[in-house]
Design a protein around this ligand. Structure first.
Ligand SMILES: [Zn+2]
Length: 139
C-alpha cells in the first residue's frame, strides 16, 4: 500500500516536472530539489544496507563523484521553457514546441537563446576565430 502511494506521488511529481504549466525557474528549482532528494535517498539506502560499513574512503569519493556527474549531466541537459514550463531534454531546439518562447541555452542558466545569436551559440557549429597578430596565415 505504501509503495503504491509512493509510486502514485512519484508519477504525479514527474507529470508536474515534465508537462504542467508553471514558471521555468520554479520548475528548475524543483528539478534540483528532486535530484538532490534522489541522490540523498540513494546514499541513505546504501548506508542502511551497509555498503559504507567496510568501504574505503576512495570508494566513497568515487561513488560521490559518480553521483555528482550524473546530477550535473541531468541539470545541464534538462531545460524548462521560461514561459510555460515545459521540460525539454534536447539541447538543439531554440524555441519551445508548446508556446514558441525562446529556451535557455542549457539547463544551468536562465539566459535565453535568441534568434539573432542562435548560430553563434550553437555548440555544434564551428566557430570562426578572429585573426590574431601572431597568426602566420595573416602575414
Ligand atoms: Zn513553452
Amino acid at each position: 500500500m505504501v509503495w503504491t502511494l509512493g509510486a502514485g506521488v512519484a508519477v504525479c511529481w514527474l507529470y508536474f516536472l515534465v508537462l504542467a504549466r508553471a514558471r521555468g525557474g520554479v520548475k528548475r528549482l524543483a528539478l534540483r530539489a528532486t535530484l538532490l532528494a534522489v541522490a540523498g535517498g540513494l546514499v541513505f539506502a546504501a548506508n542502511q544496507r551497509g555498503l559504507f560499513a567496510r568501504s574505503t574512503p576512495g570508494f566513497r569519493i568515487a561513488l560521490l563523484l559518480a553521483l555528482l556527474a550524473v546530477e550535473v549531466g541531468y541539470l545541464y541537459t534538462t531545460r524548462f521553457c521560461p514561459a510555460c514550463g515545459r521540460m525539454v531534454r534536447n539541447l538543439r531546439p531554440a524555441q519551445c514546441r508548446r508556446c514558441q518562447a525562446f529556451l535557455p541555452r542549457h539547463g544551468m542558466t536562465a539566459s535565453l537563446r535568441h534568434a539573432d545569436n542562435t548560430d553563434s551559440r550553437d555548440p555544434l557549429k564551428p566557430r570562426l576565430r578572429p585573426p590574431t597578430p601572431s597568426d602566420p596565415a595573416g602575414e
